[in-house]
Write a protein that binds this ligand. Structure first.
Ligand SMILES: Cc1cc2nc3c(=O)[nH]c(=O)nc-3n(C[C@H](O)[C@H](O)[C@H](O)COP(=O)(O)OP(=O)(O)OC[C@H]3O[C@@H](n4cnc5c(N)ncnc54)[C@H](O)[C@@H]3O)c2cc1C
Length: 295
């Protein structure tokens, strides 16, 4: 289903993000999580893509399996860094063939081993959005397009005014929705939403939420979401856990539940859970939010 239809009414939608597993055991575990989370009737699930094409086949394989075995709307991420027009065209052709309706269009970060931006035909995500739009027109397959938004600013953008101008450029090229980077202070999200409105961006904005599950995970999150703030309130609570891993998990669930409840009270269009391929924390958040009847 096209994302415009999925997000057509103003009811808050829930969605889940998965990454391609590396082993068959990890794939089995992922499909347990997928089955578990399906009871919450996600509007869609999305599948990450390794920048530079490092998970090209794995992402496509997982998208294919999810599309055919679960019938859930599945949105592949597609990063353009290091890719030629032909690389992207080939992927889009394959996605059109298997009935994928939407793509999350991203730049991606240069692979760490490379260390600097590898040359490709797409300097920025806005170039990818334009390319997908033109592909859609030429091939009569109208892909819905999502783009990334950064409530606290992307670390590579010189200032927050330019941040909104560059986001507006992606929107003007033909994006249909915005999904945000994870954040821990909802005020940053509400402020971002207001700034989008003031910039003339009138698209559904989905809030990215990632519950803390363990202290090592917290460090990994900080790396992946460079620029995201870790508020003192959260860090103080985690410090009180004093290394107790179950206490850390509970704090993460409690904190994310409070964030989600507040977002629901502020008419958020969607909450996108970065699940890390696990279902337990997300399930507990749903239960805490009062969706226990579904559990
Ligand atoms: C929801 C979400 C999902 C993600 N999924 C993945 C994934 O699956 N795989 C992955 O590798 N990464 C993923 N990322 C990370 C993302 O690729 C990086 O954060 C990347 O650095 C920014 O991507 P972008 O699409 O916002 O790029 P862009 O919009 O191209 O922005 C990248 C940088 O370039 C600057 N810029 C943009 N346009 C211009 C211009 N015209 N002139 C000058 N500067 C410009 C921006 O200000 C910014 O600093 C995801 C991020 C989010 C929020």
């Amino acid at each position: 289903m096209h994302i415009r239809e999925i997000l057509a009414d103003r009811e808050t939608k829930f969605s889940f993000e998965y990454f391609p597993p590396k082993t068959s055991a990890a794939e089995d575990a992922l499909f347990h999580a997928v089955a578990d989370l399906q009871r919450f009737d996600p509007a869609f699930v999305s599948v990450t893509y390794g920048a530079g094409g490092t998970t090209r086949e794995a992402t496509r394989g997982l998208v294919h399996r999810l599309t055919h075995e679960t019938k859930i709307n599945t949105i592949p991420h597609l990063t353009c860094i290091g890719h030629s027009h032909r690389d992207v065209e080939e992927l889009l052709e394959k996605y059109a063939e298997i009935g994928v309706s939407n793509i999350l269009a991203l730049r991606g970060d240069p692979p760490q081993k490379v260390g600097k931006i590898v040359q490709g035909d797409f300097p920025h995500a806005s170039d990818l959005v334009r390319f997908i739009r033109r592909f859609s027109e030429r091939n009569g397959h109208d892909f819905g397009i999502g783009v990334a938004g950064f409530p606290e600013g992307h670390p590579g953008t010189p200032n927050r005014i330019m941040e909104m101008e560059l986001l507006k450029a992606k929107v003007d090229e033909g994006a249909d929705y915005i999904c945000t980077q994870l954040f821990f202070d909802n005020h940053d999200f509400y402020d971002f939403r207001d700034r989008c409105e003031m910039t003339g961006i009138d698209l559904p904005i989905l809030a990215g939420i990632m519950p803390v599950t363990c202290i090592t995970g917290l460090h990994r999150m900080a790396e992946l979401a460079a620029g995201a703030r870790f508020p003192a309130k959260l860090m103080r609570a985690l410090a009180r856990a004093n290394g107790d891993s179950e206490a850390v998990r509970r704090i993460g669930i409690h904190y994310a539940t409070a964030q989600c409840a507040d977002l629901l009270n502020h008419d958020v269009r969607g909450i996108h859970f970065y699940t890390l391929n696990q279902s337990s924390s997300t399930t507990e958040i749903f239960r805490n939010l009062g969706n226990g009847a579904l559990v």
